[in-house]
Design a binder for this molecule. Structure first.
Ligand SMILES: [Zn+2]
Length: 164
């Protein structure tokens, strides 16, 4: 297990578009594993390569056990529908939380670590996590989209209030 340091804002790499992965090398496989360990260690539900100082089109999402882990190489959102507003945070912005408008439903296409291509449909918070992580790969940050900032101390209360 290898933990990588998380790049915190501000840092140029967080605002730079990433390069496509052209070959799934041993280094890429190791990076995927290290990103997973780092995400779990930091209680994240998603992580993008620029957040561990690698300007590559790689992102991971693991919302919960039910949806499982998505290890995505060169992911693209190919469909978007609807809209929803909910709270987000980011490993690169400790203690910043805020509401962001996202598509309610998406289809994401990506290559996995074995080189197989997938198209995955997602809605709700899973769709939100994909959109947040994929924006990192284009050098975009959620803080530019925050509608209302949420005080970290008020986060639990906010979550309870908005639980469906
Ligand atoms: Zn983030």
């Amino acid at each position: 297990m290898a933990l990588l340091p998380i790049v915190k804002y501000p840092d140029d790499i967080l605002e730079s578009p990433t390069a496509k992965v052209t070959e799934i090398t041993d280094e890429i496989l190791q990076l995927l594993s290290d990103m997973y360990d780092t995400m779990i260690e930091n209680d994240g539900i998603g992580i993008a390569a620029p957040q561990v100082n690698q300007s590559l089109r790689i992102a991971l999402v693991e919302l919960d056990e039910e949806t499982g882990l998505f290890e995505m190489i060169n992911p693209e959102i190919i469909e978007k529908e609807g809209s929803s507003i909910d709270v987000e945070g980011c490993l690169s912005f400790p203690d910043v939380y805020g509401t962001v408008e996202r598509a309610e439903y998406i289809v994401v296409r990506f290559t996995d670590r074995f080189g197989d291509e997938y198209e995955v449909e997602a809605d709700g918070y899973l769709a939100r996590a994909f959109q947040h992580e994929l924006e990192h790969l284009d050098g975009q940050l959620f803080t530019d989209k925050i509608i209302d900032h949420i005080d970290p101390e008020a986060l639990d209360a906010y979550m309870e209030e908005h639980e469906e």
